[in-house]
Design a binder for this molecule. Structure first.
Ligand code: MN
Length: 231
């Protein structure tokens, strides 16, 4: 006998794939902290070369490019963080850096919205970052470009414009931890699997959004993204 669910819950969102009618269902969302030296410095942190560190967001936090959202709950200092996102398409456990890219389905632009005031309070109190990072509509995802259609991983420019003004601009080669290093390291702690997303950290220039802000982000070789805070 199969027990029936007490109620229905929505499936986690899926993400569009460039050039395909199919969509990419999201399983988990991992995020790398402090992966650009200039951003670590602007946040008052030193770069730790020992190992990358992570936080997670609910898969239900993912929203598509073009979204128009309300200003997030419970914060007076919501920040944008433009990021290069890895979409995992194959199982990967304890893989080497040399084999890490075999697990990649594709790449996308993303924005890691952050309730900076709540994150700062958590840091001060040596408490978890969840309230600062994992909240509704906090993970903007652009369409995924399959890896086979993407150029050399780890090269190209990453930019973000706020209301038409350039606020973040860096090179993917500025990342402290490379894409293969991140996948290999994370795969020692999780059985990475199709549907997993990895946000790889933001460059310098983070700052607040307000009601009425429009963000547009771009990475060479990927579909650009937009997000509007409308009320
Ligand atoms: Mn981030």
């Amino acid at each position: 006998m199969t027990a029936t669910p007490l109620f229905d819950v929505p499936l986690a969102p899926s993400v569009a794939i460039t050039g395909l009618d199919q969509v990419f269902p999201v399983r988990r969302v991992f995020c790398v902290g402090r992966n650009y030296a200039a951003h670590a410095a602007e946040m008052g942190n030193e770069v730790d070369r020992d190992a990358p560190f992570y936080f997670t967001k609910s898969a239900h936090a993912v929203i598509p490019s073009g979204s128009e959202i309300a200003y997030p709950l419970g914060t007076n200092d919501c920040h944008y963080e433009m990021e290069f996102v890895i979409a995992i398409g194959a199982e990967a456990h304890d893989v080497t850096e040399a084999n890490a890219l075999d697990a990649v389905f594709g790449y996308a632009c993303g924005i890691d919205l952050t309730r900076r005031d709540l994150q700062a309070k958590a840091k001060d109190g040596r408490k978890p970052w969840d309230l600062g990072k994992d909240f509704e509509e906090s993970a903007l995802m652009g369409a995924i470009t399959p890896a086979v259609d993407f150029g050399e991983v780890g090269r190209g420019a990453i930019t973000l414009d706020l209301d038409g003004r350039r606020v973040q601009e860096a090179q993917l080669s500025d990342m402290i931890w490379s894409v293969p290093e991140i996948i290999a390291h994370l795969s020692r702690f999780y059985h990475l699997a199709p549907g997993d997303l990895i946000y790889t950290g933001t460059p310098a220039g983070v700052g607040p959004v307000v009601r009425g802000s429009v963000l547009s982000g771009a990475i060479d070789g990927l579909e650009s993204i937009t997000l509007a805070i409308v009320k």
